[in-house]
Design a protein around this ligand. Sequence first.
Ligand code: ATP
Ligand code: MG
Length: 161
Amino acid sequence: LEYDLVSWLHDVVDRFEMLTRDRNMTLVRDFIQMPLQVNIDSDKMTQVLDNIISNALKFSPEGGTITVGADLTGEKALVYIEDEGQGIPKKDEHKIFERFYRLDKARARSLGGTGLGLAIAKELVEAHGGSIWASGASGQGTRITLSLPYNSYPEVGESSD
Ligand code: ATP
Ligand code: MG
């Protein structure tokens, strides 16, 4: 179904407000101000965002900031989730999308989780014609970005009336 990306993201992020407040964390929304129609399976993409935002919470200290952003490149809509946690070493940035991969086995055990979240996210995003990647230097937090195709929108001033 077709959704306005920014309204859809507001709904997804709304559900994390209480959880972040309980951990003294700040949830920032950095959304592009324009209508952007995307064709998505809402349940599946919600599962993707839930995992990434949950990871940001799980691997960040109390009191940090998590930013969810929406932006646009020439041909894709971009959604990113940025945290101020311990980050992911450059050499492991692609491995976190492998099944069952967890950076710190001991820490992962105490935090729970199977290491499947991002592998599933990658599958679902790619099934939508998009891609997903991690960036950000180790120790300076993590940014997970996903791209999605968007439907064309009417240019300003270009009207068919
Ligand atoms: P699951 O999602 O199945 O409950 P999980 O969260 O451990 O378990 P993934 O979501 O696939 O699994 O993430 C894989 C691993 O990547 C994590 O165990 C963690 O080591 C690392 N990782 C993911 N997101 C972050 C992040 N925001 N900051 C630091 N490390 C991360
Ligand atoms: Mg996870």
